[in-house]
Unconditional design. Sequence first.
Length: 139
Amino acid sequence: MEKIKKRLAAYAKKTITLTELEKLTKIQLHTYEDFANTILLLEEEGVLIMVKAKGRNGRTPSLAFQYRINKSPLKEGFHQELQRYRSQLHQAISIDFYFNEDPSIWKRDLPLSKRSTITSRNTSFQRNRCLHQNGAMNW
């Protein structure tokens, strides 16, 4: 289920047809019943929302022909991760941009953000040590 959620989160469009969902889940789900139960569970979780104008298929259990993808629940864990890093990274590094972007962009930029934080802290430490040694900072 997690792989399917990750694929939906990375899916470029806001809506997805039943056929596209089948292709997306083909590797993990082999029977219609497994597929339908998974899609219905995603409906219950609010990840997939039926596009009413497109209707439902006649099979049992019945599925919508098209769904709107609600990416908010899919990005919840990602947003929590960003919140954790917000408190760990240097205050000059703003990560607000990443809240609306694909998590892969954050994963790509994270090592640079960490290096920048380490560099900033080391520079600050070196500057304070230099000031202290020169008598500029009397504690």
